[in-house]
Design a protein around this ligand. Sequence first.
Ligand code: 5GP
Ligand code: MN
Length: 339
Amino acid sequence: MIENTIDPVLIDGFKKAVENCKKAVVTCHISPDGDAIGSNLALALLLQNLGKEATVITPDDAPEDMAFLSGYDSIISYKQRPEDADRIINEADTIFCLDFNGIKRVGAMGDTLRNAKAYKVMVDHHLYPEDFCNIVISMPVMTSTCELLYRIIMQSGHSELITLPVAEGIYTGMMTDTGNFSYNSNKASLYTIVADLVERGVNKDRIHKLTIGTSPENRLRLNGYALAEKMTLYPEHKASLIILTKEDLDRFNYQVGDTEALANMPLAIPTVIWSTFMRQEKNYVKISMRSEGDFAVNILCTKYFNGGGHANAAGGEFKGTMEEAIKTYFQIFEDFKQQ
Ligand code: 5GP
Ligand code: MN
C-alpha cells in the first residue's frame, strides 16, 4: 500500500475536474522529455478510457524514442499544426497542464493557453508554480510528474484506471526523470510503485532498451565529439562547459533530443560538480546545467539565463548570441570571486 500524501482537497478537485470534463487537452513543457510525454499520454489514455475526448498537444515535437508509448501517434505538435492546436485548445472544457509550472514553459503556445476559457488543472513537481490554473497540484518532493500522477490516481481510489498502457507512460516518466533510478531515487516508496507497475505488466527492461538504451549513430557520434573536442574544464570552479555551435550540430545531423543526456556526462569526472551545456538554437542559446550536492544551478539559470528548474538540473533560454552567453557564463566566475 502506498501512503496518501496529497492534500485530500486537491484530490477532490482533481476528481471533479475529471468527472466534469468532456473535451480535454493534456499538455506539457517545450522540448518534452520522458516525464512530460509519459504523463501526458498516461492521463489522456485514462481520460479516453472514461469515455472523454482527450487530446495531447505538445508545444513542439515529441521525441521519437517515446514512439513506443500508446497514443504517441495522436500527439499534436503545436509547432507543426498551430491552427489545429489553437482550435482544439479553445474548444476544450478542461486543460491538464502536466510537468510545467509557468506559461513561459510552453513557448509560442503560451498566449493560447493563457487565454483559453477551459478549466485548468496543474499537476507538476517543479518549484514555484505560477498562478494560471484553477487547481494547482504542485509537489516538488515528487521525483516526477508521473509519480505524482500515479499517487493522485491511487489516492482517488481508482487503481483500476491504471491499465497497462497507462502504467507504461507512468513508468517511463519515473525512470527518465531519475536517470533510470540513479539520482533523486532514495525514496523506498518509489520501488513499491515500480513493483506495482511491473505487476500490471510493464516490461521495464524493454522500456529501458527503447529509451535510454537506444541511440542513433549520429547521436552517439555527436556526444562523443562534444566530450572529446568541445568540453572545457575549469578545475578552480569544479566546473565544465560544453558548447555546440550550429556548425557542430549540422555536421552530426542534430535531431531534437540528441543532446538530452550530454549535460549530465561531465559530472562523471570526480572533480566536476557543476556542468554547463550550451547549444545554439535558431533564436536563442539553450542552456542546461547539472550539479551535484548543495550547489544549486536553478538559481544560476534564473539569475543569468532567463530560466529555472531544480537545484541539480536546470536550464534556460538565453536571448542573445553564443558569444554573449559565454561571456555571461564567465561573469558567474567573476561574481563568485567577488563573493
Ligand atoms: P534541460 O536542461 O534538460 O532542458 O532541463 C532541465 C530542467 O531545467 C527541466 O526539468 C526544467 O525544470 C528546467 N528548465 C529547462 N529549461 C528551462 C527554462 O527555459 N526555463 C525554466 N524555468 N526552467 C527550465
Ligand atoms: Mn518532470
